[in-house]
Each structure stands twice: as structure tokens, then as C-alpha cells.
Design a protein around this ligand. Structure first.
Ligand code: IVH
Length: 719
């Protein structure tokens, strides 16, 4: 800070401009320290003073407000260190496969979807799955323009300055490259560089890093690009985003092109056609894994032809044309010290083994899930053995623990020889450990078998369920409220203070008001909050007073309604009012509204029933109505492909289709913004009928729905 600050009213315009530059940089710097879990350099009060000065200067010189001014940041959204970049094409993730059978299934599903006999005519690429961070690097007119992390797949962080320090990544492309190019791939740290860095850290008496992946991530998230430069990050190109011209029509051709443009591409990539070849290559890479100078966690298979990729398209988060074949998980032996029961949002009682800490594949594991009562017992509810020998798991047992990727570690098996003589069978609780209500295993009406999940019947009475519900509500894919993490929700939920407590979701939105009205408990005086973080929290909450309808529906935490279902519902009903009304009307589980709900492709009877039950419960309606006083769910965007002739239309396919498979027809229609329903109703716009169409065709004629052949449909959607 300047030694003596000139009072704002005495600043000349030139001085004001200089000051605003300095303040923008200083505030960004302190934001970065604050968010990067580093030690802040100034007190909250000093930080506030900087912001106030910035605001005061801007108020006096409105024409000098800078685009990077702290006052220009809306709400708390870009609270991170870096600015945000919206990806021109989303960055998706991959489905995982674990066994040879899974791979065969994947290949078969590709043939099935495309309606081709499985005759090895479709080629796949097999590429190592690099364990680093995915990155999208955009070139305009052959110059590196921006680089962004994956983020949530739609928006990532702008790490251009840091990426420019990576020697592997060209800053310019050759003259034959198209005008707009987005190259995607993995930034990683070589194992040898990681070991050298840790040796240096140790020599300096500093904390060492856990693994190359986390270190690479940390190195990229440096505000000071010089630090990134010193970390010797590397890159492999394997995918792309927006391209003004496609330089090739195959995956392998694209990767070849990237190589020609100067990007490193992985030398172990192959183009293969049969499942056998694919598996053989996978095993070969597995054998080389330990000797490679970079971490890989599997092999990615992709359909080579891009026209076939386009036909296969995407599920909600991952392409149908690719899968990641993961390497087997890492295992270790340890002891079960205790078995705790966690109560989830829907009341499920999940047993968790507390373990003697053990390193599995470089990560310290202290807990592992035991799934449910049957899993502990070792015998399934059909009498089948769960582990090889069907042994039960007991406190005191030595067990094999497995960790695969980011999933929760599991207890695989018991080492019976090491079982203490005094051990006793674990008794699964018959009541909820949190609220004391009965815990029951429901019977599945269809199979007549007991459900594997034991559930607390306490509902709203159970504070564990209520608390978990709030955690779900604020989670990333729901309301995504920054600053309200697990720890904070625990704090607010457990608080007895009326100015602080959050017991239901609407309470989140009244917190600020309650704080302002109360002269007693100031949040900023509570350990772990502070003035800046309180303001940020309130900003983050206010930023969500308008929210996408699908997020709103997902956040309600209705059993069986995940993100994909919530999206389907938002798209089908368009507005919250229409959705809620339909749920009320569907309550008797028959009639038009119920049929319509069930006709949404992707929504089955179990999901439909669960939704109707949710909206029957007065307590749910009460919470939702309080919530709606605070929050406005935005109407769902009409449809993505709004210029398509079938956008917003409801179509039903029936009969045997000849030009494409049912799955492909459905995926294609949806990508054009149409809704695909399973049954004909008055709301159906088109019935596409192939040969052999029966009752649906009759119904369509009866209610006057436009009926067309497959060819007519193709002509309508443009071939
Ligand atoms: S393709 C639409 N290829 O794995 C598919 N991903 O689980 C885009 N990854 O986010 C991804 N190596 O970070 C692809 N050869 C490879 C990969 C790879 C590593 C990572 C990537 C992605 C994640 C998906």
C-alpha cells in the first residue's frame, strides 16, 4: 500500500486511474490468498478498507471503472482465484468399465446402437488414461488465446498465464491450422519431476506433496505463473472442443494432426477392431504402467470414426462412443476398529468401518463403506454369498481394503485366520442411532425380497436426515452455495440460536435478515467466519435467489430424482408452477397428469410414485412454499436447439424402425430439442410409426396426432 494515501476527494483523474489499477491487483491478490487456503496477509478490516477505497474512487470517477474491478464481480460466483471461461463445447467425462465383460458390453452396445452386426467393422482407438488435469486450450488465428480447466464441465478457470509456461504446449499453430482450434488434453507432472520436487521440499524441511496429480493441480492454480513455470508440467493432447474446420474425420487422424501441429501425443495409442485386440493392448499397457514416467489409471477406448461418434452422441455426462477401462484398484490389509452407522438424506443407514489408518495406492485411508446389513453379514437377501467365503465382518477383524480412483474405499474381505477369538457378530441396529425411530428394511413389492437398505422411519423428525438434506440442497449440482460446506451446515444446523440456525432449506435465505435483526450473535465474531467470509456467504446466498428449474427440482431431494431426472422434468413442464400443479394432479396415480408423468421417457413408475408421494406430504409442501417466498426457479429454457423444426415437440416412436435403432432415434430427437415420450396422449405432436405399429398408432389416430413414417420424420428433421 502507498505510504500515505491521498484522500479520495483530492485525487486527480490520473492518480485515480493509477490507484484503481493498484487496488484491483491488490484485492485480487488478497482474494487469491484467502481462497487458496494460504495464510491471508492482511486483516479483514484492512481488506474491507481496500474495497471501500476502490468503491469511493469509482463513485467519484465512474468513467474509470475497470473491467477487472472487484466491484464488477457479480455475487460470489467468480470467488476463485481465476476468472471463469465458459467452454465453447462442454467438457464431459467418461463412463468407467472395470472388467473384460464390461468392455465387451461397451463394444456390443456401440454396434447395437448403430444397428450394425458385431463384425469387427468398427475401429476403436485405445489410449492410456492419463491421471492429470484436463485442459482446453483455445487458438484463434493460430495463436494461443485462452486456456481453461475443466471446472464443472461447462465453465472452467482461466489459467492461460500458467499454461503459457508449459513448454510442451505450442503458443502458435502452423499456417494450415484452422482459424478456431480448441485442443484438449491432460496436463500432468512426470513421476521423476514429482520425486525431485519432493526431495527438494524435504531437503528444505518443508511439507512434501502427496502425489503427482494433486501437485500438478496445485502448481496450475498458482496466481504467480513463475511458480507454475518452475514445476515443469507436461501435456498430452487427445481431444478437442470447437474447431472452425475439422482437419480429419477420425479420432486417430485428429491426434495425428495434433502431433503435426507440435503437441505431444501419447505413443501408446493404437487403433484396434476386436474386443480381443483391445483387451490384449490393455494388458500390455498395464504391464508397462509402473515403468512409465507418468501416472495412468486405465485405458480409454473411443470409436475412431467421427461420423459414428456423432451418431452415437452423448448421455447426460458422457459420450456413448467412449469408455475408460480402469486398472484394478489398489488393495491393502488393515484392522476394523469400529463400525459406525451414518444416516443419509433419505434415511438410509450406511455402516462405515473405521480403520486403523493405512496407505492404499499413496492415499491414507481411515474409513471404508460396508454398504448395508447384508454386506456385513456376508450373505445377500437371496441367501447368496457376498464375499468369496461369505464371512461376516466384525469389529477387530483384519480386512482387505480396496480403493479405486475417487470412489469411497471398500472392505473386500476378511482374513479369518487373524480374527480375535473374543470377537462377536455385529448386530445391525434396529433403531436409528440419531433419532431413535424404528429402522426398517422395506419389502420390494415386485420381487418380494427385502430391500438391502435399512431405513430410518423418522423422516423430518430425524435430524440426520434433515441435515443431510440441507447438505444436498447446497451441493454443487443443486444450489451450489459457496461457503456453505459440510462444516458450515453442521454448525448452522446444530446451532440453537434463532439468529443463526438453519434447520430447513428456506432458513438459508433468511439468515442474513435474522442476522441483521439480531443485536446479539454476530456471525463474523464466530471462530472460522470473519467479516469478509460472512459477506461472501451472504453474497453467495443472494446470488441463488434465482435458480434454474432443474437445479431447483434436484435440490428438493426427492427420492429417486437425480440430476438427469430433474432435467427431464424441467424440460417437460417448463415452469415450477406447471410442474407442481401436475404433481398434485397426478396424486391419485391415475388420470391424465399421472399418465403424462409416466410417459416422459426416462421416468419410470418408481420415480413417478416417489414424486407424487413427495408432493402429498404436507410438511414438504410447507417447506417448499416457504422456499418459494425466497427463491425464484427460472422457467426452463424452451429447448437448446430452438431453431430446429421439432424443438419443444413431443414425439413417440413405435413399430420397428428401419432407418435407425430406437436408441439412436430417441437420442437424435432429443438433441434437436424434442421430447420423446413412451406413450401417446393429447400432448403428443408426432407419432413416427414403423412397420408393425399397433395400439399406439390406433390411439394416435383416435386423438388426432400427426402420424408419419420414418422417412417423413427424417425429412422433417433434415435428414
Ligand atoms: S477423452 C468426451 N481421453 O479422463 C471425452 N480423457 O474420466 C473426453 N483423460 O476428463 C475425454 N486421458 O481428464 C480422454 N486419453 C484420454 C484421457 C482422458 C485422461 C481424463 C480426462 C477426462 C477424464 C474422464
Amino acid at each position: 500500500m502507498a505510504d500515505a494515501l491521498i484522500p479520495v476527494e483530492d485525487l486527480s483523474e490520473e492518480q485515480a486511474g493509477q490507484e484503481l489499477i493498484r487496488l484491483a491487483a491488490a484485492i485480487a491478490h488478497h482474494d487469491a490468498l484467502y481462497h487458496g487456503n494460504d495464510q491471508p496477509e492482511i486483516s479483514d478490516a484492512d481488506y474491507d478498507a481496500l474495497k471501500r477505497r476502490n468503491d469511493a474512487i469509482e463513485a467519484r470517477f465512474p468513467t474509470l471503472v475497470r473491467s477487472d474491478s472487484p466491484s464488477q464481480r457479480v455475487g460470489a460466483a467468480p470467488a476463485g482465484i481465476f476468472s471463469q471461461i465458459t467452454h465453447a463445447r462442454p467438457m464431459l467425462s467418461l463412463d468407467n468399465t472395470f472388467s473384460d465383460e464390461d468392455v465387451a458390453d461397451f463394444v456390443a452396445s456401440v454396434y447395437r446402437f448403430l444397428g450394425v452386426m458385431p463384425d469387427n467393422s468398427i475401429a476403436f482407438t485405445a489410449e492410456p488414461k492419463i491421471d492429470g488435469l484436463s485442459m482446453s486450450i483455445r487458438y484463434e488465428n493460430r495463436r494461443l488465446k485462452t486456456a481453461a480447466t475443466r471446472g464443472d464441465g461447462t465453465t472452467g478457470e482461466n489459467v492461460t498465464a500458467n499454461i503459457l509456461t508449459i513448454k510442451d504446449i505450442p503458443t502458435e499453430l502452423p499456417a494450415d491450422a484452422p482459424d478456431v482450434v480448441e485442443v484438449r488434453g491432460e496436463v500432468y507432472m512426470a513421476k521423476s519431476d514429482f520425486l525431485a520436487l519432493n526431495a527438494q521440499m524435504e531437503a528444505e524441511g518443508r511439507q512434501t506433496y502427496v502425489n503427482p496429480r494433486n501437485t500438478a493441480a496445485g502448481s496450475l492454480r498458482q496466481l504467480d505463473a513463475k511458480i507454475t513455470a518452475s514445476r515443469k508440467l507436461k501435456f498430452f493432447a487427445y481431444a478437442w472442443g470447437e474447431m472452425s474446420i475439422m482437419p480429419s474425420d477420425t479420432q486417430s487422424g485428429m491426434v495425428e494432426t495434433f502431433k503435426r501441429w507440435g503437441f505431444p501425443v501419447n505413443p501408446l495409442t493404437r487403433r484396434l477392431t476386436s474386443v480381443e485386440e483391445i483387451i490384449t493392448h490393455y494388458r500390455k499397457i498395464g504391464l508397462q504402467r509402473a515403468d512409465l514416467d507418468y501416472d495412468i489409471d486405465g485405458v480409454v477406448y473411443k470409436v475412431d470414426r467421427l461420423d459414428l461418434q456423432a451418431r452415437l452422441g452423448f448421455r447426460s455426462r458422457s459420450p456413448r462412443w467412449a469408455t475408460a477401462h480402469k486398472f484394478p484398484a489398489e488393495q491393502a490389509f488393515t484392522k476394523v476398529e469400529a463400525i459406525d452407522i451414518q444416516v443419509g438424506r433419505t434415511g438410509a443407514l450406511t455402516p462405515v468401518a473405521r480403520l486403523e489408518p493405512i496407505t492404499v495406492g499413496g492415499v491414507v485411508v481411515t474409513n471404508a463403506t460396508l454398504h448395508n446389513a447384508d454386506y456385513i453379514e456376508g450373505i445377500g437377501n437371496g441367501g447368496e454369498r457376498i464375499r468369496e467365503e461369505g464371512h461376516d465382518i466384525r469389529i477387530g477383524d483384519t480386512v482387505i481394503v480396496q480403493r479405486a480412483g475417487d470412489v469411497i474405499p471398500q472392505v473386500l474381505d476378511v482374513v479369518l485366520e487373524k480374527r480375535p477369538e473374543t470377537s462377536a457378530k455385529y448386530e445391525f441396529p434396529k433403531t436409528c442411532p440419531v433419532c431413535g425411530s424404528h429402522a426398517v428394511r422395506e419389502k420390494n413389492d415386485k420381487t418380494g425380497k427385502l430391500d438391502s437398505v435399512t431405513r430410518c422411519t423418522g423422516g423430518f423428525v430425524c435430524s440426520a436426515q434433515a441435515k443431510e438434506h440441507i447438505k444436498h440442497f447446497v451441493s454443487r449440482n443443486a444450489f451450489d452455495i459457496e461457503g456453505l460446506g459440510t462444516k458450515q451446515v453442521d454448525f448452522f444446523f446444530d446451532s440453537e440460536d434463532p439468529a443463526l440456525m438453519i434447520r430447513t432449506a428456506p432458513d438459508i435465505f433468511t439468515l442474513k435478515q435474522r442476522q441483521e435483526a439480531s443485536s446479539l450473535t454476530r456471525l463474523e465474531n464466530i471462530d472460522g467466519f470473519g467479516r469478509v467470509s460472512v459477506r461472501k456467504l451472504f453474497d453467495a446466498i443472494d446470488a441463488r435467489r434465482e435458480i434454474a428449474l432443474n437445479r431447483f427440482i434436484f435440490a428438493l431431494g426427492i427420492r429417486h430424482v437425480g440430476e438427469t431426472t430433474a432435467k427431464l422434468l424441467a424440460r417437460s413442464y417448463g415452469s415450477y408452477a406447471a410442474f407442481a400443479e401436475a404433481m398434485q394432479e397426478a396424486a391419485p396415480k391415475f388420470g391424465e397428469a399421472w399418465n403424462e408423468l409416466n410417459s416422459i421417457d426416462g421416468i419410470g413408475e418408481v420415480v413417478a410414485a416417489s414424486m407424487v408421494e413427495f408432493f402429498k406430504e404436507p410438511r414438504n409442501l410447507e417447506v417448499v412454499s416457504r422456499l418459494l417466498k425466497e427463491v425464484a426457479p427460472l422457467d426452463a429454457e424452451a429447448v437448446t436447439a430452438s431453431n430446429s423444426p421439432v424443438a419443444g415437440k413431443t414425439v413417440v416412436f413405435t413399430g420397428s424402425l428401419e432407418r435407425f435403432t430406437r436408441d439412436e432415434a430417441k437420442a437424435r430427437a432429443e438433441s434437436l430439442g424434442a421430447k420423446v415420450a413412451g406413450s401417446v396422449s393429447k400432448k403428443t405432436d408426432y407419432l413416427v410409426a414403423g412397420p408393425g405399429a399397433g395400439s399406439k398408432l390406433d390411439k394416435a389416430r383416435e386423438v388426432g396426432v400427426t402420424v408419419m413414417t420414418e422417412d417423413e420424420w427424417l425429412a422433417l428433421i433434415g435428414g
